[in-house]
Design a protein around this ligand. Sequence first.
Ligand code: GLN
Length: 232
Amino acid sequence: CLGGNGGSDDVIVPGTNSGFAPFEFTQGGELVGFDIDLAEEAISRAGYEVGDWTDIDFKSLIPSLNEDNIDLIAAGMTITDKRQQQIAFTDPYYESNQSVLVSSERDFSPESESDLSGAIVGAQSGTTGEGEVERLVEEGVLDAENVRQYDNYTLAAQDLENGNVDAIVVDVPVAQNFADSRAVEVAFIIETGESFGFGMRQDDDRIQDINDALAEIEEDGTYDDLVTEWFE
Ligand code: GLN
């Protein structure tokens, strides 16, 4: 099978969705972060050339992969059964839960899901965080009309600071990163027990090489160095 952009099998074109620090974000116009470094290292070690990064909406990543516009998704993407019907995932490389993030300058301090009753709650479209919000609607905790969908988490965090939304549901490491840089704080955590993997097409045999490279990166300490660089 051909690589992304109709390119060669030697090139792996990675795609992401920035605004998800410290996994992927822009700094001085450059795409940087844990996923960016880990994916590039894995692609190179597996013996492939790293193509030009594509930065698109989270919900467009899987369609884009299956249309051959990109070859690998590195976007803090949780391995889920539903997604596994559409794409393949590498071995897991990071564990995460969801957090409920609120403004630190307002009185709203929910301690559990039931405290969210009547609140306006947002998440990025197509994410597992949005899935948790949908579950809370199904369980009758949230009103469907009070749910806000965002094209990216940066906009959601801005709306939270501006008071346009009462809470957002986002992966814990990203919530902590927002809390370090904005007037927001983690109210409580929803233990979802998610694992991130890189996404590849189901018929792309190169996934085995990427898995081998990921194992090597973990064994030789490179993985820990990246964790130190981006999370500590
Ligand atoms: N881990 C979450 C998911 O897979 C969020 C990923 C993201 O927003 N980049 O849906």
